[in-house]
Design a protein around this ligand. Sequence first.
Ligand code: GDP
Ligand code: IMO
Ligand code: MG
Length: 434
Amino acid sequence: MGNVVILGSQWGDEGKGKVVDLFSERFDIVARYQGGHNAGHTVFIGDKKFVLKLVPSGILRPGKKAVIGNGLVLDARALLEEIDALEAAGVAVRQNLSISDRAHVLFPAHRMMEKMSEARPGRVSIGTTSRGIGPCYEDKIARRGIRIAGLLDRDFFRAQYDSVMQEKVTIAKALGIYEELDLAAIREQYEAFAERIRPMVCDTALLLADAMRAGKTVLFEGAQGTMLDIDHGTYPFVTSSSASAGGACTGTGVPPTRIHGVIGVAKAYITRVGGGPFPTEALDGAGERIRQRGKEFGAVTGRPRRCGWFDAPLLRYTAAINGFDSLVVTKLDVLDEFDQIPVCVGYRLDGREIAGVPATVEQIARLEPLYECLPGWGCSTFGMVSYEDLPQRAKAYLAFLENRTGVEVGCVSTGPERGQTIVRRGSRFEQLVG
Ligand code: GDP
Ligand code: IMO
Ligand code: MG
């Protein structure tokens, strides 16, 4: 067993939280590598529901270590609130969580700046989570961001904070998006947050390197999904970080040579929150049925998720980007009551069948999905734990997905709880996490 990345293969919300929580038992450390509190990873343990935003899902396993890598943007208030809520629910967080000194700090002014792209006339709204994620990553790339190490250095922090925030106020006023912010009071709050965070902060790249040298294993937890990746997704309708497998290296400081497997999580259908093209979106009653059966409402914003059919060419694309060794297909049970299940097997653009996913959203929006319809299985798969017990047609559906994506389906999820999962015997998946 080695170090494995588990990430979303579609537009997020594939069920990564459940999968990471379940399989984190087999690893020593779970590390998040990108994103921020735009993520919402839902985990059910019995009747307890946890929605993790910044803290890696592995934290729910007693004794496991969790790492927040350098690739994240951290709203210190959101992080501390999440830690407090987890601890109030009996989860030991502080002694098990390490936070990179190189992660970037997200401030309330970043949320204000998000209105520049989301709410101004003439700009195409992305439909973000309004958490300030994009503007914080903008500061990182523009080399004016404040990292956790900077937050902990009081003199540096004061000077840098005042200069960066003053700049934002000037821009916000000029653009008419300014909202009253007591910058000095916020600075003091963050200085207080810094002291609470300080004991958890370290060079997490070094921590991971030492741990791996000592034979410990790491599970890398992706947030968002490959189609929301800043480079490989449906740009500009993407998030601002590297959600794909490569991000696990840049976002933690772990070299590619230390990663032994990559697992993609895919819903048995597909969803998307926010704007942007979605070739297999079901705009008819079927989309609504999926939404109701799958409870497809955002874990962070509560927005209804757009729903549609499994998109095999999209999956082939994300498999190529990530090098998936195996797929986890989640929410199979949601399709239990459909008589017919369309699967997109190809795209036509301007009358010609094309390979790959086009680079422009204008072209993606014009794609004509080619469907094959598979018969539904007409009975419940909810909670099933054995592949052999699945109805024949559900097995045929999964085999079809394998065949059309070129990736094995090594694991199937049949319900939100840990136990409601099937691991295929003899699969690459079993080798990697079993
Ligand atoms: P993530 O962001 O990828 O972790 O996914 P979310 O937590 O945002 O959304 C997935 C939702 O589906 C959560 O409410 C999970 O509890 C739920 N879920 C995960 N796997 C299954 C499954 O196999 N069946 C059903 N019915 N629900 C599932
Ligand atoms: P998890 O980890 C689904 C979407 C937003 C918007 C776009 C940019 O739970 O799968 P942002 O606030 O990141 O700048 O928004 O990305 N988005 C997600 N959609 N799941 C997520 O996370 C998402 N995080 C961001 O809806 O379209
Ligand atoms: Mg989610």
